[in-house]
Design a protein around this ligand. Structure first.
Ligand code: ADP
Ligand code: MG
Length: 409
């Protein structure tokens, strides 16, 4: 097993930098003025280093277990390699929207990457009530670039097979399969909700149409190897920055892609959409309807960014002899439909499952009840939408109505 390696501490990060010439050029290990462990995620250690001339560096180390729960839940640290490989592949396709990796230590599972500590984690910014316009479209473009650039539309046949093989990531996929698709309706002992929301969780589990849809979503996730997807593209996996006094982003970067594998393109879109609905639920709960509508408008922005990036790149597809224009339209229609299925999965799991969101969990209980209920109900309604009906404005409208009518005070 790969658990016999030295974990980084604030006292040893300088030694690591010193031992890697490529890093010692980026930051001065002998004049570090600040070293902090800033990890707030569920899984890994993250250190932020600054030197005397103001340069920064991030070192992220995978532990042989889940940080959130401790050593009782072992997890292979080789997951860091999936993160590095995908970040590098994605960065090559769209450097402006993916964090840059500088070095990887495969023996200690340490990723050295670009310091984005002047950015907000998008979820935190949303929860603060800040506005970062442009982020939703940028992440749509990111998914579009990845969908095209890592798939059979771009890669030569042998290269594709090798890329798929190198990204086989069953341990992390299993977590998604359990937490995102199965457990929201079949509690494995890790679920929890407020007492007042127990009937809502029970209704979800008893909803035959919803559970059947989740079965389909899980099947798609396990079988549809379209592209090297991010695999966990929620608003906590995106960093945003806007200039002082502006509400429009000048930088948007995806990060934290250790769940990457060859999977369905729509999974990443659905994760984003779901988290916009969750952000809207928070806004309604706090009495800010205008902000909720703004959050739901991001469903369209992400889709538009995705579609336009994908359509632009489509001109360069490998086999235009058979991959003709009608197939492009079919692909987009299929992804739109699958995205709301995946969005429903992500919405439900974030309310009842083990990994919740600060958006909802930091709400006062009296209004959290309605927010949680609304998100669960929206998930159940999303899976009932037929075919082409589910345009982004329709989804936004349906979510708005559902969240509004579910509000408690
Ligand atoms: P985990 O895999 O444990 O979820 P993350 O990659 O999400 O770890 O990192 C945890 C936290 O560390 C992030 O939420 C963010 O606050 C911080 N962080 C991670 N990468 C960077 C970076 N490149 N620049 C600045 N902060 C970062
Ligand atoms: Mg994270």
């Amino acid at each position: 097993m790969t658990s016999d390696y030295e974990f980084l501490t604030v006292d040893t990060v300088a030694d690591h930098v010193r031992s890697v010439p490529a890093l010692a050029q980026r930051i001065d290990p002998d004049h570090l003025v600040s070293v902090r462990e800033i990890g707030d995620g569920n899984l890994n250690l993250v250190f932020l280093l600054h030197d005397a001339s103001g340069r920064g560096l991030i070192l992220k180390q995978a532990l042989p277990y889940v940080r959130m729960t401790g050593e009782g839940w072992p997890m292979t640290p080789t997951r860091a390699r999936f993160e590095v490989d995908s970040l590098r592949a994605h960065h090559a396709l769209l450097p402006e929207h993916v964090v840059e990796v500088f070095h990887y230590d495969p023996d200690r599972f340490i990723i050295a990457m670009e310091d984005l500590s002047d950015h907000w984690v998008w979820r935190a910014a949303l929860n603060e009530g800040l506005t970062h316009d442009g982020a939703a479209a940028a992440m749509g473009r990111y998914v579009g670039a990845v969908a095209f650039g890592t798939s059979a539309l771009t890669l030569e046949r042998t290269a594709l097979a090798q890329a798929v093989a190198a990204a086989v990531n069953p341990e992390l996929c299993l977590i998604t399969e359990d937490l995102v698709f199965s457990e929201p309706s079949v509690d494995a002992g890790r679920n929890s909700v407020l007492e007042q929301n127990k009937p809502d969780a029970d209704d979800l589990a008893a909803d035959e149409e919803f559970v059947t849809a989740m079965g389909r979503a899980k099947w798609l996730f396990m079988t549809k190897s379209e592209a090297l997807i991010h695999g966990d593209l929620h608003t906590g996996s995106v960093m945003v920055h806007a200039p002082e006094g502006s509400t429009t982003c000048d930088s948007v970067k995806a990060f934290d892609s250790e769940f990457a594998f060859y999977g369905p393109v729509a999974f990443d879109l659905g994760a984003l959409w779901a988290n916009y609905v969750i952000a809207a639920a928070r806004a309604y709960a706090l009495g800010n309807a205008a902000r909720a509508i703004w959050a739901l408008g991001m469903i369209q922005q992400t889709w538009d960014g995705f579609e336009s990036e994908f359509r632009t790149r489509w001109a360069d597809r490998r086999d235009p002899r058979v991959w003709r224009e009608p197939f492009l339209e079919q692909l987009l229609a299929t992804w739109s439909e699958e995205s709301r299925l995946f969005a429903a999965a992500e919405m439900s799991r974030r309310i009842v499952g083990a990994a919740k969101t600060k958006d909802i969990e930091t709400l006062p209980e009296n209004v959290r009840e309605g927010a949680a209920r609304g998100v669960l109900l929206a998930a159940r309604r999303f899976v009932r939408i037929q075919g082409a009906d589910g345009t982004p404005p329709y989804l936004a409208g349906l979510a708005a109505d559902t969240l509004r009518e579910s509000r408690t005070s």
